[in-house]
Design a protein around this ligand. Structure first.
Ligand code: ZN
Length: 295
C-alpha cells in the first residue's frame, strides 16, 4: 500500500514480494495445477485462433452477447428442399455450454431480419445525414473539450521558458557545488523545490502535447468514418471486412435492445456510442412471420 490514508496501491516487481506459504489452504496437487495451466493455455490459444480466423460470414465476430461477452454464432438449417435454408445467430456460450453459463434470455436473431434492419438503419441515418453527422461531431467535440479541460490555461511558450530557467538554475547550483562554493548538502537542499517544479511542468507539457495529438486523431478518425459511412452500400453483396469498417459491434441486450456501435475511432472511448435498432426498425414478434428475429 502506497498511502495508508487513501489506500492507494502500487504493483511491486516480483523480486520485492513477500511470499508466505500456507500449505493448509491447498485444495489440489502441484501436478493437477500444472495440468490445469496447460489445458487453460491450450484452450486460450484455440479460442484466439478461432476468433481471429472467423470472418467467414457477414456477421462473424460482430454480434456480441451483453450478458457473457461471447460472440454470437451462426446456425443454418434446411427445413425444406424447395426453400432457402433458415439462418440465425445466437450466443455461442449459451448454445455450447447451456443456459446455466449465460444469464441472457434465449435470443435468436434471424440473419435476413438483421440484414434488412441494418439496411433500414443505415438508410434512415443517411437520409437524415445532417443530424447524424452533427450528433457524431457533437460527441467528438465534447470528448475533445474534456481533454482540453485538463490542460486549459497553459501557455506553451511560458511553460517552456520556465522549464529552461529552472534547468539553468539547477546547473548553476551544480557548478557552485563542484567549485565547493556551497556544500553538496546545500546544493541538494536547494534543488528539491526546483526538481519538483520541473517535474510538475514537464507533466503538464506532456499532457498538452498529448491533448493536441488526440484532438487531431479524433478529427481525422471522424472524417474518415463519415466518408466511409456515406459511401457504404448495404444493398450490395458486402463482406464481413467491409461491414467491420463501419460497424464495430452489434450488442444484444434483449429482444428489444440490439445496439449498433459504429466504428468511429478505434481506441477513443466515448466516441463509439450505441444506436438501438428498435428505435428505427419495428420489431416483429409474430412467430409466423419469416422476417421475425426472435423465437
Ligand atoms: Zn451469452
Amino acid at each position: 500500500m502506497k498511502d495508508i490514508f487513501t489506500s492507494q496501491r502500487q504493483k511491486n516487481p516480483k523480486e520485492e514480494w513477500y511470499v508466505s506459504e500456507r500449505p493448509e489452504f491447498r485444495i489440489i496437487s502441484d501436478e493437477q495445477f500444472e495440468k490445469a495451466q496447460q489445458i487453460k493455455e491450450k484452450n486460450a490459444k484455440q479460442y484466439c485462433q478461432r476468433e481471429k480466423r472467423s470472418n467467414k460470414h457477414l456477421f462473424s465476430n460482430l454480434i456480441k452477447c451483453n450478458s457473457c461477452g461471447f460472440s454470437y454464432r451462426r446456425y443454418q438449417k434446411q427445413y425444406s428442399p424447395n426453400r432457402p435454408p433458415k439462418v440465425w445467430w445466437t450466443c455461442s456460450k449459451r448454445s455450447s455450454y447451456g443456459s446455466g453459463r449465460c444469464d441472457s434470455e434465449y435470443i435468436r436473431i434471424d440473419e435476413d431480419w438483421l440484414k434488412s434492419a441494418l439496411n433500414t438503419l443505415f438508410k434512415s441515418l443517411l437520409d437524415d445525414r445532417e443530424s447524424f453527422f452533427t450528433l457524431v461531431e457533437t460527441r467528438c467535440n465534447s470528448i475533445i473539450k474534456e481533454y482540453i479541460r485538463n490542460t486549459s490555461g497553459i501557455v506553451l511558450e511560458e511553460v517552456e521558458n520556465r522549464l529552461d530557467e529552472l534547468k539553468q538554475e539547477r546547473e548553476r547550483l551544480k557548478t557552485l557545488a563542484v567549485k565547493a562554493l556551497i556544500t553538496m548538502d546545500e546544493a541538494e537542499h536547494d534543488m528539491i523545490p526546483i526538481n519538483e517544479e520541473i517535474e510538475k511542468l514537464s507533466f503538464r507539457l506532456n499532457e498538452t502535447n498529448k491533448t493536441r495529438e488526440i484532438t487531431q486523431k479524433i478529427k481525422a478518425s471522424i472524417q474518415a468514418f463519415l466518408n466511409t459511412f456515406s459511401a457504404f452500400d448495404f444493398s450490395g453483396n458486402i463482406t464481413n471486412e467491409e461491414l467491420k469498417k463501419v460497424v464495430k459491434e452489434i450488442r444484444v441486450v434483449s429482444k428489444n435492445e440490439i445496439y449498433v456501435y459504429f466504428n468511429i475511432a478505434e481506441d477513443i472511448e466515448g466516441l463509439n456510442f450505441p444506436i438501438n435498432i428498435s428505435d428505427v426498425v419495428e420489431i416483429d414478434t409474430d412467430s409466423n412471420n419469416r422476417a421475425q428475429r426472435c423465437t
